[in-house]
Design a protein around this ligand. Structure first.
Ligand SMILES: CC(C)(COP(=O)(O)OP(=O)(O)OC[C@H]1O[C@@H](n2cnc3c(N)ncnc32)[C@H](O)[C@@H]1OP(=O)(O)O)[C@@H](O)C(=O)NCCC(=O)NCCS
Length: 147
């Protein structure tokens, strides 16, 4: 049974979500977050997945006011390794899409690592453009129309 909800910036659950992101997304690349990186996320929406009250997954939604006020960028999608490949990442993304619709957004874009392209395709995201490097690894831009 998975429960998804919005986190409050700076509280314990937010700190736990940073630990998961650090383990899953940064340490394998020999990288870490700077204080500036984390502060810049203050205005972003942090949506977490809880399994039996334990935070096991996280993603961030960032408004794209420079391009469109109804577009969100999904970023930092990470599931605790012990809980991966059980369908929880898909539940978290679908919950976030529903939250986005209810809050007036109609498009989500993201930069997918090559290893996650199939995961997003399964959820209805489409590839756009060419491969590029981000945090030194290949990514590709994907998007989904929510309406
Ligand atoms: C990618 C990630 C968020 C997916 O979450 P998850 O809970 O493991 O995924 P799910 O169990 O919901 O997977 C759903 C589908 O995507 C597929 N899938 C998941 N991760 C995959 C991967 N790395 N490569 C290929 N397919 C993958 C699964 O096979 C599954 O398909 P199926 O139901 O037909 O078997 C998670 O594995 C993760 O945190 N990975 C490391 C960090 C990462 O790559 N984040 C994305 C950055 S863009």
């Amino acid at each position: 049974m998975l429960d998804c909800r919005l986190l409050e910036f700076g509280f314990d659950d937010h700190k736990k979500s940073i630990e998961i992101r650090r383990e899953v997304l940064r340490k394998p690349l020999g990288l870490d977050f700077s204080a500036n990186d984390l502060n810049a996320e203050k205005d972003q929406f942090h949506i977490a997945a809880f399994y039996k009250n334990q935070l096991i997954g996280i993603l961030l939604l960032k408004t794209m006011k420079d391009t469109s006020s109804t577009t969100l960028k999904m970023r930092q999608v990470a599931i605790d390794p012990k809980f991966q490949s059980k369908g929880y990442g898909s539940v978290l993304v679908k919950f976030s899409e529903q939250w986005a619709i209810e809050n007036g957004f109609n498009l989500i874009e993201l930069n997918a690592r090559n290893t996650a392209i199939q995961f997003y395709k399964n959820l209805g995201y489409k590839v756009i453009g060419h491969e590029f490097l981000e945090v030194n690894i290949p990514h590709i831009k994907m998007f989904k129309d929510l309406l």
